[in-house]
Ligand binder design. Structure first.
Ligand code: 1QQ
Length: 407
């Protein structure tokens, strides 16, 4: 009796139940268990989990992701949600470390009973948290994880964030176009961060492929604030290109200290520096940093112009890559749910079955997003066409800046 009741239980929760769940009241149940909290009714919503860093230093990156998810929620619900049923994004803060991400995932899976998760912010977190979702057969769509082997974590893991291997080399090529005389390269990376370690491999390979001389590889920690020793080493070796793989706070500080110590050459920043939140860190000294982009605000098409307009109206600047990727991840869930719902009404499926069908549907679809048209390989790697390079332009006083896209 209990078992058959569990089987017919659907994933729907009422809006009021969800709000209670979000406010922290304890009404947790296990997946598939019968619960008076899980009923289908007319005020139902489809919960999608959002696991981004909203606190810690990593919030410098995560906060741009939250903005993109929220714009997507409004945009797709205004258009009728999932064939008439709204989506409800359930936000859980991952903070900046592995445990924060694991806790956020567990809450989303077991308490909030989401159909799938977008996140976490860092690859470093994904390698710990994604296996939790994968074992629970809950889809995970990374919106910012760029390290190698993220989709390979499991069958339920895919990403909309193109890997460093296809994005990062573009910035070195752009540096060589700006200064064809570059010969000596110093590479820096955060050795306690998975994305940084993965990206530096790509950068170092590109340096060799371009017949440049790698004069030094300098290591640091994402928690470091003093880079005098490493910066001085690179300057003494007469590097004329510096390449940094780290996160926003440490990366911004490293840029600042290189310039303060007199480094004059070009600087390439990796994906972790890809936010205007580094501007307050390196101020006017951020000027000129080159960063490869998986998104351009000028990408043609209706969906991007609508997204861009919604963002610029609210934030008075162009949308950043992390915001566009988060929007696109929510879009993939919405369109996969719509397609699934047309085949089998999603409110007739029990949550485990819905998560499983949704996972297959995500991988089967093609999506026309602000990033351009994207699809997935069978393992869950994003297939995306267009990449760009932007250069940071700061005002003289260093208070305002922008990402200027190179032609
Ligand atoms: C990763 C990254 C970060 C810089 C995303 C915020 O690319 O951790 O994979």
């Amino acid at each position: 009796m209990k078992k058959s009741a569990a089987l017919t239980t659907t994933f729907f929760v009422t809006l009021s139940m969800l709000l209670t769940a979000c406010s922290g009241a304890s009404n947790s149940t296990n997946i598939g268990n019968t619960s008076q909290n899980e009923t289908t009714n007319t005020s139902s919503v489809i919960p999608i989990g959002i696991a981004f860093a909203q606190t810690s230093n990593v919030a410098l990156l995560g906060q741009e992701q939250v903005a993109g998810a929220k714009i997507a929620e409004k945009y797709f619900n205004d258009k009728g949600g999932i064939n008439g049923t709204p989506i409800k994004l359930v936000f859980q803060d991952t903070s900046g470390d592995e445990n924060g991400a694991i806790n956020a995932f567990q809450t989303l899976i077991n308490k909030d009973k989401v159909v799938g998760i977008v996140g976490p912010t860092l690859s470093q977190q994904a390698f710990s948290a994604d296996p939790v979702a994968d074992r629970g057969k809950v889809p995970v769509l990374a919106a910012s994880n760029t390290a190698a082997k993220i989709p390979e974590i499991g069958d339920y893991v895919a990403r909309v964030s193109a890997p460093s291997s296809v994005v990062a080399p573009n910035s070195i090529k752009a540096a060589l176009k700006l200064n064809p005389n570059i010969k000596k390269v110093a590479v820096f990376f955060a050795q306690n961060d998975s994305y940084s370690k993965s990206e530096t491999d790509i950068f170092q390979k590109t340096v060799k492929d371009q017949n440049l001389e790698l004069v030094t590889v300098q290591k640091f920690q994402t928690s470091d604030t003093d880079f005098q020793t490493q910066a001085t080493n690179a300057i003494n070796l007469k590097a004329d290109l510096v390449i940094i793989s780290g996160l926003a706070a440490d990366g911004g500080n490293l840029v600042r200290q290189l310039r303060e110590l007199g480094y004059k050459g070009l600087i390439v920043g990796g994906n972790g520096l890809n936010t205007s939140n580094i501007f307050p860190v390196c101020k006017a000294l951020c000027d000129g940093v080159l960063i490869a982009q998986a998104y351009s605000p000028e990408h043609p098409g209706e969906i991007n112009s609508t997204f861009r307009k919604a963002y610029t109206e609210q934030y008075k600047k162009e949308p950043p890559q992390f915001t566009a990727q988060a929007f696109s991840a929510v879009q993939v869930y919405v369109e996969a749910l719509q397609a699934l719902d047309k085949k089998t009404k999603v409110n007739t499926l029990a949550l485990p079955q819905l998560r499983n069908e949704l996972n297959k549907q995500i991988l089967a679809g093609k999506y026309n997003t602000p990033l351009g048209e994207i699809a997935f390989t069978p393992v869950g790697e994003v297939v995306q066409k267009d990449f760009y390079v932007a250069q940071i332009k700061m005002d003289k006083d260093g208070n305002q800046g922008q990402f200027a896209f190179l032609k």
